[in-house]
Write a protein that binds this ligand. Structure first.
Ligand code: S3P
Length: 178
């Protein structure tokens, strides 16, 4: 493995669980951008949004993605809004393959509705809101990715194997040098 694999997609599509499986399959490191931001800042994301606002959080995401350019190749699970800044997408393209995970709004709702750790959805936890935001973000997700994988009704291991097959076939595990 010579470059990163970035997993992108809406909240609740399974980026974190799939990236753990994929990193096991590939014997690679796994990095979760949200988890790193929480660890480095010492506060949960919802508290960061509350205290400093969304833009502050987005700035930390951009800062982390820039730093990842110098890390050894890893499977990277990206927060659902990472693709909203064009600069972030440019950095990801530079140093990795970008894989979009998708799920139906109803599937996402079932996966995320039990928690309140996602400030973007707090106060809007319903299928219609999720569907609307997903549609709004769709161009950013689809425009950023090298390929996409549907996750509805699939187990994390199966999704990870699908991704591995695609990256191996396309030779996208090759060198990052352009
Ligand atoms: C966000 C997604 C979250 C987290 C933050 C904002 C978003 O990550 O980064 O709450 O804007 O979609 P997950 O996609 O891992 O839930």
């Amino acid at each position: 493995m010579k470059k990163h694999i970035f997993l992108i997609g809406f909240m609740g599509v399974g980026k974190t669980t799939v990236s753990q499986k994929l990193s096991e399959l590939m014997s690679a490191d796994e990095i979760d951008t949200d988890a790193v931001i929480v660890r480095e800042s010492g506060m949960p994301i919802s508290e960061m949004f509350e205290k400093y606002g969304e833009e502050y959080f987005r700035g930390r995401e951009t800062d982390l993605l820039r730093r990842l350019r110098t890390y050894s190749p890893a499977v990277i699970s990206c927060g659902g809004g990472c693709v909203l800044r064009e600069e972030n997408v440019t950095v990801m393209r530079e140093c990795g393959t970008i894989v979009l995970l998708t799920a139906e709004p109803r599937t996402v709702y079932f996966r995320v509705s039990g928690g309140d750790s996602r400030p973007i959805l707090n106060g809007h936890m319903n299928v219609d809101y999720i569907a609307g935001l997903m549609e709004q973000r769709r161009p950013a997700y689809e425009g950023a990715c090298d390929f996409s994988v549907r996750t509805d009704g699939k187990r994390p291991g199966q999704i990870a194997r699908e991704i591995l097959a695609r990256v191996t076939d396309s030779g996208s595990l090759g060198t990052v040098e352009k």
